[in-house]
Design a protein around this ligand. Structure first.
Ligand code: GDP
Ligand code: IMO
Ligand code: MG
Length: 438
């Protein structure tokens, strides 16, 4: 019954897509359990770039995939992603794609409200992806959202939409002085979307339980990152779901005692898209140097925004590794640091008179911390062709060992380029690395 959860350990875009695609080779089932199409997971296979926003990355390796009820699904995006896959020769059908009927749907009014709320926040805007994620989760928690199972049942969909759209239109017209959204504008096209999605709807918890009973290897593909978690992240500059290990249990309907562990994904440095504190952030040319180094620059896979860049932040990683129980780590984009003579790494924070090696629970104070850096020697050679740990320059090995010391986790995978073969595995297999029960 092996099952592991992939969790982004920073602010997202750590390279989860690349690592999930790599680990999918040894997996039987790949599951998305939270977030929505705010995610952008990039995978390069034989010169072709795939960016997946909603479908689990496992579709690329033709693995059976599932979308749990914790995911908010924009039906238009789902259907167009299924079509895009088909155009690439990846056929998705009810046998290999199972979507929970309890997933909440994102409607155009969620996207409109997301944009209006951001405008209203002014200088304290979160910098959301404008995909309607927050408003869709709000409707879910408020118990007024519409689920995919409703969408596929016309009479139920009609009744729920009539009731809910009345409330939404009151809000839009009286609070925002915006035009109301006509019922037919949503009902007609979304009823059609519901019909097309219906064949994929399945009892995902039951499917996963049976797969687990049969000994299938299940890989949970987290989206966003631990610091964007609505509970444990840099609130309010976070997304609206639980991005950590526990999110896999609630978002897929899978029991914690069946999960063997968490594989944390960390970039060799740090990036962030959107607003919020970022202690090791670099400005101007220093940030550009990281942003433009390496084969793919640091620009958002979903919105194309330039990512904010900075050095590796030890106290934050130590905290998110602890919170998520990430006993193993994959370090990505190590090749990007190859051009630096020496590489600063944050090892401690000074907060008031105190020195700490672990970021505090109240992450709003991050904007006030003084970062203590250590300078590690660079390696200054191309490492993108290295296949074995023994062949990495000693300085690159030293950098990885320092990440292990700081985080307390074992680095089992090192990524030195965006392609599948640009990967160094330090264990016989990734699932195998968790078999000792850690
Ligand atoms: P995700 O959201 O965590 O899946 O990450 P993104 O796909 O948004 O961003 C990661 C970017 O880094 C993508 O462009 C990947 O193709 C790329 N990438 C992943 N691993 C590596 C690596 O080891 N080296 C380099 N240079 N690029 C990588
Ligand atoms: P992947 O899965 C990086 C950020 C947004 C914003 C905040 C809230 O590719 O790592 P939202 O639209 O979710 O309400 O925006 O969260 N954000 C991401 N940043 N990678 C992501 O996904 C993100 N998904 C959301 O930039 O700061
Ligand atoms: Mg991304």
């Amino acid at each position: 019954m092996p099952a592991i959860v992939v969790v982004g350990i920073q602010w997202g875009d750590e390279g989860k897509g690349k690592v999930v695609d790599f680990v999918a080779e040894e997996s039987d089932v790949v599951v998305r359990h939270q977030g929505g199409n705010n995610a952008g997971h990039t995978v390069w296979v034989e010169g072709i770039k795939h960016i997946l926003h909603l479908l689990p990355t496992g579709v690329i390796r033709r693995k059976t995939c599932a979308i749990g009820s914790g995911v908010v699904v924009d039906p238009r995006v789902l259907l167009s992603e299924i079509e895009e896959c088909r155009a690439k020769g990846i056929e998705l059908h009810p046998g290999n794609l199972k979507i929970s009927r309890n997933c909440h749907a994102i409607f155009p009014y969620h996207i409109r409200i997301d944009t209006l709320l951001e405008k209203r926040r002014g200088s304290s805007a979160i910098g959301t992806t404008s995909r309607g994620i927050g408003p869709a989760y709000r409707d879910k928690i408020d118990r007024v959202g519409i689920r995919l199972g409703d969408l596929a049942t016309p009479a139920r969909f009609e009744a729920r939409l009539r009731e809910h759209l009345g409330y939404i239109n009151d809000f839009l017209t009286s609070f925002y002085k915006e035009p109301a959204i006509p019922f037919e504008e949503i009902y007609e096209p979304y009823r059609e979307h519901g019909k097309r999605i219906e064949p994929f709807l399945a009892d995902v918890p039951k499917f996963l339980s049976e797969a687990s009973d049969l000994g299938r290897k299940i890989l949970f593909e987290g989206a966003q990152g631990a610091l964007l978690d609505v509970d444990a992240g840099t609130f309010p500059y976070v997304t609206s779901s639980n991005t950590g290990t526990g999110g896999a249990c609630t978002g897929a309907g899978f029991p914690p005692q069946r999960i063997n562990g968490c594989l944390g994904i960390v970039k060799a440095y740090t990036t962030r898209v959107g607003a919020g504190p970022f202690p090791t952030e670099l400005e101007g040319e220093a940030a550009d140097r990281i942003r433009n180094a390496g084969p793919a620059g640091e620009f958002g896979a979903t919105t194309g925004r330039p990512r904010r860049c900075g050095w590796f932040d030890g106290p934050l990683v130590k905290r998110t590794v602890m919170v998520n129980g990430a006993s193993c780590l994959a370090v990505t984009r190590l090749d990007v640091l190859s051009e630096f003579d020496s590489i600063p790494i944050a090892v401690k924070y000074r907060i008031g008179g105190e020195v700490t090696e672990i970021a505090p629970e109240d992450l709003t104070v991050l904007s006030e911390v003084e970062v203590v850096y250590e300078e590690l020697p660079g390696w200054k050679v191309d490492i993108s062709k290295v296949k074995r740990w023994e062949d990495l320059p000693s300085q690159a090995q030293g950098y990885i060992r320092r990440i292990e010391d700081i985080s307390g986790a074992r680095v089992v995978l090192i990524s030195v380029g965006p392609n599948r073969d640009e990967t160094i595995l330090r264990a016989p297999s990734v699932f195998g690395a968790f078999q000792d029960g850690r």
